[in-house]
Design a protein around this ligand. Structure first.
Ligand code: IMP
Length: 420
């Protein structure tokens, strides 16, 4: 198959980085289509660990072309630092292509996010994501092309002035040193200008038609989708399959293989109801065994059992053709493992995902309980080598979601993977 999407099915942090990095090896093109530096994909290979915020994981392969799609929001200074890091640490000059029409995170966007108190209200990453997408929708944003135009500085200064007035001259906006910012931006622009700016939709549709292998790398997860997620506690983009159409210009019908990344339990950063959350010792054990601390912000993640109600919903939205079940090794050592198969809500038992916040607040989980296993499973290389209870767990996920589990990840290393 020549087109593959890798999509998060929960609230992000499902372990997409490892699977993307693995599958990127057999890809000619790897494409990001949503989000920006709110994402943090951790890739571990023979040379150590590296965290990406903008760059697709294929960036470490010299044979891969990597694309920053128009659905992304990019902070040019952070992107330039990331490119420098890859070059310095790995001696690689990645083959990056940039959508001219992607939107830019400017100095004032994180400041506005702080003024809107989104960190407190939604638990955002504070990277200016929401305000940048707001500007995109309001048609007052800067696109990558603008950065290269002669009038960029004038337009930036007049936009900053406009925002200062609109916000009634708060100290935080007044304190932005525009000249210092423009001076900082200059080398970043020079760095990024080494890379080609393209019409992403045209290029990708052409290379797909020519039979090149293209992989779409989702950031965040379906329950953080601005339309389908747990609004308002969501991000501002579409991490679901439709995001590929709008954020890279490739119709979702052209994506043959849709791999949903399902972590073997649930985590969430930020606010909002999480129906299977475990706030006591079980949550603590999951957090410690799974090293559940944010790659971008270092925040401890909220942890709990697997939620099949949410997963059935996101499997349908994405039309998953298969599942990669990640971090199964983290469940070793639990006497029993719970899984939510339905919710108990105001009107009784529900198997469909309540999309409204008001409904969700009134729901609790109905659990099924499975027996755990003690063995360290990180050296298993076949599904049949897993302890019987772990095999039963995988079978249960497959059966109840009606999607085959073709990849099982049992440790951060590429070798610690069962592929069927
Ligand atoms: P924002 O994307 O920074 O606006 O944050 C909105 C919500 O999405 C917050 O709950 C964040 O914690 C969450 N979020 C954003 N990016 C990620 C991610 O890569 N992993 C997990 N959660 C994320």
């Amino acid at each position: 198959m020549s087109t593959t999407a890798i999509l998060g099915t929960q609230w992000g942090d499902e372990g997409k980085g490892k699977i993307c990095h693995m599958l990127a090896e057999d890809s000619d093109w790897v494409v990001r289509f949503n989000g920006g530096p709110n994402a943090g994909h951790t890739v571990v290979d023979d040379e150590g660990e590296i965290k990406f915020h903008h760059l697709p994981s294929g960036s470490l392969y010299e044979h891969c072309n990597v694309v920053l799609g128009n659905g992304m929001v990019v902070n040019p200074i952070v992107l330039a630092e990331e490119l420098d890091k890859v070059e310095e640490q790995r001696g690689i000059h990645p083959n990056v292509y940039i959508a001219g029409n992607l939107h830019l995170i400017m100095a004032y966007h994180p400041v506005i996010e702080a003024l809107e108190r989104s960190k407190e209200k939604v638990g955002t990453t504070g990277r200016g994501i929401g305000p940048t997408y707001q500007d995109k929708a309001a048609r007052s944003g800067f696109r990558f092309w603008d950065l290269l135009a002669d009038d960029f500085s004038d337009r930036f200064l007049s936009r900053l002035e406009e925002l200062r007035e609109r916000w009634n001259h708060p100290r935080e906006l007044e304190e932005i040193d525009e000249q210092q910012y423009l001076n900082e931006l200059q080398p970043a622009v020079e760095k990024i200008s080494e890379y080609e700016v393209i019409n992403v939709s045209q290029t990708l549709n052409e290379v797909i038609s020519e039979g090149h292998r293209v992989m779409f790398e989702g950031a965040q997860g379906a329950l953080l989708d601005i339309d389908y997620g747990t609004y308002p506690f969501v991000t501002s983009s579409n991490p679901t399959i439709g995001g590929i159409s709008t954020g890279a210009g490739v119709p979702s019908g052209r994506v043959e293989r849709v791999i949903g990344i399902v972590k073997a339990y649930t985590t969430r950063v930020g606010k909002g109801p999480m129906i299977t959350e475990e706030t006591g010792s079980i949550g603590e054990q999951l957090r410690e065994q799974g090293d559940e601390y944010g790659a971008t912000t270092g925040r401890p993640r909220r942890c709990g059992w697997l939620d099949l109600v949410g997963l059935r919903y996101t499997a349908t939205i994405n039309n998953l053709t298969e599942i990669a079940l990640t971090k199964l090794d983290v469940l070793s050592g639990f006497d029993e493992i719970k899984v939510a198969d339905s919710y108990q809500c105001d009107g009784g038992r529900r198997i469909d995902f309540p999309v409204s916040l008001r409904d969700r607040k009134k729901c609790s989980a109905n659990y099924i309980t499975l027996e755990g296993w003690d063995e360290d499973i990180s050296d298993c290389r076949e599904r049949s080598e897993l302890p019987t209870n772990a095999q039963d767990y995988v079978d249960m996920v497959e059966r109840r979601l009606e999607v085959p589990v073709n990849i099982i990840s049992i440790g951060p290393d590429k070798k610690q993977t069962i592929v069927e």
